[in-house]
Design a protein around this ligand. Structure first.
Ligand SMILES: [Zn+2]
Ligand SMILES: [Zn+2]
Length: 1018
C-alpha cells in the first residue's frame, strides 16, 4: 500500500516534512559523500554579504546554482559545495557608521580603529540567521557549517600570498593618478566599482567662463600679434565651458584643437575667442566675428588665472618629469597658457576646454605631457581648502559660490544647467570626484591579452555576455586600483621604510615574523587593522624602520581570491587545489558581477596561474518588481522571499525561477505568477500522483518487475516513448546549462500525461476487472511518475522527494532512501517510437479541432455523434490517424471517422467545420434520436458521478441509485441500465423516490426533468 494522497495539498507543509526528513537523515551529506571518489565537479560559491536581509534575487541565484550542482551529483559527479561570506569592505563599515551616527573618517579615527573594527566584525553576520534559514528553506544544498569567511586569518594570509606573487612578478605599483574618489567614504573606487554607479539624468551646472587674456609682445606668431592689437582695443577673453565650477580654482591651462577654426567675436563691447563651430550653440552672433585664427596659432597665448592659488594659501606644483610634482614659488603676475590637445571636441562647449590636472584623467595626462602647473584645492572629504571665499564647503555646495564670485568680477558669461550621466558611489550614493592621488595598482593591463584569450575558453549562458559585457570590459581593461584608505579589510601587506622609502611586500605570517627587528606583534593573532599597523621591522636596505602602508585591500580582491583563499592555499590543501579545484566547472551570479566577482576571479586567476578561473557561467539578469521597477528599500517594493515560500512553497518559487524566463532575461517578479506555476504545473503533477495512488491502493497494485505486461497497449507505448524522449531531451538541455528549456520540456510532458494519457486511461483504472490492460496502465503510469520525480529532483527537490519516497521507498525496501541519492534517469532509446509520437500528437490536434467544431455546432462533447469528417494533407497522416482511430473516436465521442480528400468537401450546410493549418474537421449538425438517448445516458452518468463526490462517497464505494422521470427518461434508463450501473458502481437502479438518508438532486436534461438519488450500499 502507498501512503494515501489527498488531492488537496499544502505544498509548504509537505516541504517542511521533507526538510525534516533530510535533516534527520543527513541526506545532503550523504548525497555528497556517496559520490566520493567519482570525478569532481567544481563549484565556486560567490560570497554574499550577510549584513542585510536576503532578497528575492538571492533566491534566483541560489536556485540556478542549486539545480546545476544537484544535477551533476545525480549524474554521478562528486560535488562538494562550501558556502562562503564576504565580510570586508565598505558596506560593513557604512553600516557601522550608520549605527554610530558617524558621517566621515574623522569620527572613526577619534572613536578608535580597534573598537570600530570590532563592531564591523560583529555586524558582518547580523542577518546570518535569516540567510541560513532561507538557504535551507529553499532547498539550496550548500555546506554552511564550514563556510569560508574572507575575514578569517587563514583567508587573509592566502590573500597576502596572492598579492606577494603579483609583487614578485612586478605587477604591483603605486601611481600618482587621477582616480574616482568617493568623498563621503574617503576612498578611491576601482573602475569596475565606478561602472556600478552611473546615474542618468543628473543635474549639474553648465557654465561659460571668461578667461582674461594677457597677450605679451615678443616672440609671437602673426596671429597672436593680431589678437594683441585687438585686445588693446577691447577686453578680450578666451571662453570655456564647464559643468564642474568647483574645479575652476584648479585650472592651469586651456586646451584648443590645433586644426579647428577659432573666431574672435564682438559681443557687448568685449571680444570673445572660441571655436567658430560653437558660436551659435554658445549664444553668440556670427555677424560679430572680427577675426579668425587656427587653433594651433592660439597655442602659447597667456591668460590670467581665475584664482591665483598663492593669494588663497594654496601650493602650486609643476610636473617636472612625469612623476615628480615640484612645488613652485609664489608669483604675483602668474599666467597660464593655451595648449593644443586632441581631446578637445566640437560636440559641446566652446571648443576651448578648461584644464585642471588635479581633477581629470586627461587633464592629468596633459599636465604630465606639457609640464603644466598642478593646483589641488580640495581635501579627501570633498571640501575646498585654502582661504577662498567658498573654502570649507563641499565641492557641489561650492559650485554656486564659485560662480557668484566670478560673476561679481565680470568673468561669468552665461550660467545654466545640464542633465547628463554622472558616476555616483555605488555604496553610499555620494557623487564621485576625480582626484589625483597616490593609489596602489595591479598592472592588469600587462595580462590583458591573456585575459581576453582566457575568456574564449569560458562558456557563458547567455552566450552574448562572452564578447558583449564581459569581453568588452576586458578589451577596455585598465589597471586595477586596489587600495582603499579605509579600516575594515585585508590590510595591504606592504611595508615602507621611513628612512629610505624602500618598500617590501610580505607574503605570509611566518615571513613577517622572521623579518629582522620584527616587533609590535600582539597575541592572539589578528591580521587586521590596527594590529598590523603596529607591526614594524627593519629595512633590508638601510636598517630604517619599516611601517605598514595604511591602506586596506579592495574587497573584490578578497572575493576573487576565494578559489584558493578558502583552502588557505598554499599553506594548506596544496595538492587539492593544484590538482582538483584550481578551476571551477561552474559558477552563477547576477550580470552585474561581470565587472565585479566574475572579473576579479578571472583577473586574479590569470595573474597567478595564467588560466581562466571558471569554465561555465550562468549569468542572471535583474529581477524587477511587478511594475518593472527596480526593487529598493526606499521604494518599499522589496519582496521578502520567505513570505513567498510560506505561501506557495519553495518548489513553486524555484519552478517559477527556472521556467518563467531564461536566466539572461530581465524578469518582473509577481507573486501571482508563482501562484500560476503552482496551479499549472505542481498541482497538475500532484493530481496525477494522487489519482494513481488512490486507484493503486484500491486495486492493491504493487510495482513488480515480474509482472511486466508483454503486449503493451498503444496508449502506454506512446506515453513511454514520450517519457524516454523526455529523459533524453532534459539530459541534453541540462548538460548544456539550460534549466529553462529542460523545465519547460518537463512541464509539457506532465501536461500531456495528465490531459491525454491519464484522461484517456481513466476507464482502464476505473473498471472492475483486474486484467492485463489495467496492469499495463498501472505499470506505465507508475514508471512515468517515478521517472518524472527523478528528473525533477534538481528542479523541485521537495515534491520529487515526496513522490519518490511514497512510490518507491514504500514498496522497495532496498531502494536508496532519497531521490537525491539515486542516479539521473537514462533514456531507453528502444522505447522511443517517433512515428507513434507524431501520430498521437496529430490525434490530439484533431481532437481539439473536433471539440471546437462541436462547440461551433452547439453540441456537447457527451452527445455521441455518428461520425466526424477529417481532412489531413498526407497519406502518412491519414494512416497514422487510422491506426489511432479508436482513441480519436472515443475522444470525440463519435461512431466513425470519415476521411475526405479536399477541405472544400467539408464546407457545406449540415456540417460544422474547423480548420487549423492543413487539417480540417467537421461534425454533422443533425443528430439521430437513438444517439440523443445515448447522449442522455452519458449525461446521467456524469451527473451521478458528481453526486457521488458531493455525497462524500469513496471512489470504490458501491451504491444504490433511485430515479424519477417521464416516459422518455424511463425508456433511457431501461435501455442503458447495464451501462449506467457499471459506470456509477450502482448495484441497482430503482425507479421511485430515494429512501431516507439518500443524497438527492433534481436535474433538467434536454427538456426532461429527472430526480436522482444515491445511497451508499452498506
Ligand atoms: Zn561612498
Ligand atoms: Zn630603508
Amino acid at each position: 500500500m502507498f501512503k494515501p494522497v489527498s488531492s488537496r495539498v499544502s505544498f509548504p507543509k509537505m516541504e517542511e516534512e521533507v526538510l525534516e526528513f533530510w535533516k534527520q537523515n543527513s541526506i545532503f551529506e550523504k548525497s555528497v559523500k556517496s559520490r566520493e571518489g567519482k570525478p569532481r565537479f567544481v563549484f565556486y560559491e560567490g560570497p554574499p554579504f550577510a549584513n542585510g536581509n536576503p532578497g528575492i534575487h538571492h533566491v534566483l541565484a541560489r536556485a540556478f546554482k542549486d539545480i546545476m550542482v544537484r544535477y551533476k551529483a545525480a549524474k554521478g559527479y562528486y560535488v562538494p559545495r562550501i558556502g562562503g561570506w564576504d565580510t570586508h569592505g565598505l558596506p560593513v563599515e557604512l553600516e557601522v557608521e550608520r549605527q554610530l551616527g558617524f558621517s566621515g573618517k574623522g569620527q572613526i579615527e577619534q572613536y578608535g580603529v580597534e573598537e570600530f573594527n570590532k563592531r564591523c566584525r560583529e555586524s558582518v553576520f547580523k542577518y546570518l540567521k535569516e540567510w541560513d534559514a532561507l538557504t535551507e528553506r529553499i532547498g539550496y544544498w550548500v555546506d554552511l557549517e564550514h563556510a569560508y569567511k574572507t575575514m578569517d586569518n587563514t583567508y587573509v594570509e592566502s590573500v597576502w600570498w596572492a598579492l606577494k606573487q603579483m609583487w614578485d612578478k612586478g605587477y604591483i605599483y603605486q601611481g600618482y593618478k587621477v582616480t574616482p574618489h568617493c568623498p563621503r567614504c574617503g576612498t578611491s573606487l576601482s573602475s569596475h566599482e565606478v561602472a556600478l554607479g552611473y546615474q542618468d539624468d543628473t543635474e549639474d551646472p553648465s557654465v561659460y567662463i571668461k578667461f582674461s587674456t594677457r597677450l605679451k609682445s615678443g616672440q609671437e606668431t602673426e596671429a597672436l600679434s593680431r589678437l594683441r592689437r585687438l585686445a588693446a582695443e577691447k577686453k578680450t577673453y578666451l571662453l570655456a565651458w564647464t559643468t564642474t565650477p568647483w574645479t575652476l580654482p584648479g585650472n592651469t591651462a586651456l586646451a584648443v584643437a590645433a586644426d579647428a577654426e577659432y573666431a574672435v567675436v564682438e559681443h557687448e563691447g568685449e571680444y570673445f575667442i572660441l571655436a567658430e563651430a560653437r558660436l551659435g550653440p554658445s549664444g553668440l552672433d556670427a555677424s560679430g566675428v572680427v577675426d579668425r585664427v587656427r587653433g594651433r596659432d592660439l597655442v602659447g597665448a597667456e591668460y590670467e588665472p581665475l584664482f591665483n592659488p598663492h593669494d588663497f594659501g594654496i601650493e602650486r606644483r609643476r610636473f617636472e618629469t612625469r612623476s615628480d610634482l615640484v612645488v613652485q614659488k609664489p608669483e604675483k603676475e602668474l599666467t597660464y597658457r593655451v595648449i593644443a590637445a586632441d581631446f578637445v571636441s566640437m560636440e559641446d562647449g566652446t571648443g576651448i576646454v578648461h584644464n585642471a590636472p588635479a581633477y581629470g584623467e586627461v587633464d592629468f595626462q596633459a599636465g604630465q605631457e606639457q609640464g603644466l602647473d598642478f593646483v589641488h584645492t580640495v581635501d579627501l572629504q570633498g571640501n575646498i581648502t585654502g582661504t577662498y571665499p567658498f573654502a570649507g564647503k563641499f565641492v557641489k555646495d561650492a559650485d554656486p559660490l564659485v560662480l557668484a564670485d566670478l560673476k561679481k568680477r565680470g568673468l561669468l558669461f552665461k550660467a545654466g544647467t545640464i542633465r547628463h550621466t554622472y558616476p555616483f558611489c555605488w555604496r553610499c550614493d555620494a557623487p564621485l570626484l576625480y582626484y589625483a592621488k597616490q593609489t596602489w595598482y595591479i598592472r592588469t593591463t600587462a595580462v590583458k591579452d591573456a585575459m581576453v584569450n582566457g575568456n574564449k575558453e569560458i562558456n557563458w549562458f547567455p552566450e552574448h555576455i562572452k564578447y558583449g559585457r564581459f569581453g568588452n570590459w576586458l578589451e577596455n581593461n585598465v589597471d586595477w586600483g586596489f587600495s582603499r584608505e579605509r579600516y575594515w579589510g585585508t590590510p595591504l601587506p606592504i611595508w615602507r621604510c621611513e628612512k629610505c622609502g624602500g618598500t617590501e611586500c610580505v607574503g605570509s605570517v611566518d615571513e613577517l615574523k622572521n623579518k629582522p627587528g620584527f616587533s609590535g606583534f600582539r597575541e592572539p593573532l589578528d591580521l587586521h587593522r590596527p594590529y598590523m599597523d603596529d607591526v614594524t621591522f627593519s629595512c633590508g636596505k638601510c636598517g630604517g624602520q619599516m611601517k605598514r602602508t595604511p591602506e586596506v585591500m579592495d574587497c573584490w580582491f578578497d572575493s576573487g581570491s576565494m578559489p584558493f583563499a578558502q583552502l588557505h592555499y598554499p599553506f594548506e590543501n596544496k595538492e587539492l587545489f593544484d590538482k582538483e579545484t584550481k578551476q571551477a566547472d561552474f559558477i552563477c551570479e547576477a550580470v552585474d558581477q561581470t565587472r565585479g566577482w566574475f572579473y576579479s576571479l578571472h583577473a586574479i586567476s590569470t595573474l597567478l596561474f595564467d588560466a581562466p578561473s571558471f569554465k561555465n557561467c550562468i549569468c542572471l539578469e535583474l529581477m524587477l518588481d511587478a511594475q518593472g521597477k527596480k526593487m529598493s528599500k526606499s521604494k518599499g517594493n522589496v519582496v521578502d522571499p520567505m513570505n513567498v515560500v510560506m505561501k506557495h512553497g519553495a518548489d513553486a518559487l524555484r519552478w517559477y525561477c527556472y521556467t518563467s524566463a531564461p536566466p539572461g532575461l530581465v524578469r518582473r517578479f509577481d507573486i501571482r505568477m508563482v501562484a500560476d506555476v503552482t496551479r499549472q504545473f505542481l498541482l497538475t503533477l500532484w493530481n496525477v500522483y494522487s489519482f494513481f495512488v488512490t486507484y493503486a491502493n484500491i486495486d492493491k497494485y504493487t510495482p513488480d518487475a515480474s509482472r511486466m505486461v508483454t503486449d503493451v497497449p498503444e496508449l502506454d507505448r506512446w506515453v513511454l516513448s514520450e517519457l524516454n524522449e523526455l529523459v533524453k531531451d532534459v539530459d541534453t538541455q541540462m548538460t548544456g546549462y539550460d534549466p529553462t528549456g529542460a523545465g519547460r520540456r518537463i512541464e509539457q510532458f506532465v501536461d500531456d500525461l495528465s490531459n491525454w494519457y491519464v484522461r484517456r486511461s481513466r476507464r482502464r483504472f476505473w473498471k472492475s476487472e483486474n486484467d492485463t490492460d489495467k496492469l499495463s496502465a498501472y505499470n506505465t503510469l507508475y514508471q512515468c511518475l517515478v521517472t518524472v520525480a527523478k528528473l525533477l529532483a534538481p528542479f523541485t527537490p521537495f515534491i520529487a522527494e515526496e513522490l519518490y519516497r511514497n512510490l518507491v521507498c514504500a514498496t522497495d525496501k532496498n531502494a536508496p532512501e532519497s531521490v537525491h541519492l539515486v542516479d539521473y534517469p537514462v533514456a531507453d532509446e528502444s522505447k522511443i517510437d517517433r512515428d507513434l509520437s507524431l501520430d498521437t500528437h496529430l490525434a490530439m490536434r484533431v481532437s481539439s479541432l473536433g471539440r471546437a467544431a462541436r462547440a461551433q455546432a452547439g453540441i456537447k462533447v457527451r452527445q455521441p455523434l455518428e461520425k466526424v469528417c477529417i481532412r489531413v494533407p498526407s497519406k502518412r497522416e491519414r494512416e497514422g490517424l487510422e491506426r489511432l482511430s479508436a482513441q480519436v473516436m472515443e475522444e470525440l465521442n463519435v461512431k466513425a471517422l470519415e476521411f475526405v480528400e479536399k477541405a472544400e468537401d467539408l464546407n457545406r450546410p449540415g456540417l460544422a467545420a474547423c480548420t487549423e493549418g492543413e487539417v480540417t474537421i467537421a461534425v454533422p449538425k443533425e443528430i439521430p434520436p437513438e444517439l440523443i438517448a445515448e447522449g442522455m445516458a452519458r449525461e446521467i452518468v456524469h451527473r451521478l458521478q458528481t453526486m457521488r463526490r458531493s455525497a462524500g462517497f469513496e471512489i470504490a464505494d458501491y451504491i444504490n441509485t433511485y430515479y424519477q422521470g417521464d416516459e422518455y427518461v424511463r425508456q433511457v434508463m431501461d435501455d442503458y441500465a447495464d451501462y449506467l450501473k457499471q459506470e456509477t458502481l450502482s448495484r441497482q437502479f430503482a425507479e421511485g423516490p430515494a429512501p431516507e438518508g439518500a443524497y438527492s438532486e433534481t436535474h433538467k436534461l434536454s427538456g426532461h426533468t429527472i430526480v436522482l438519488g444515491v445511497k451508499r450500499q452498506d
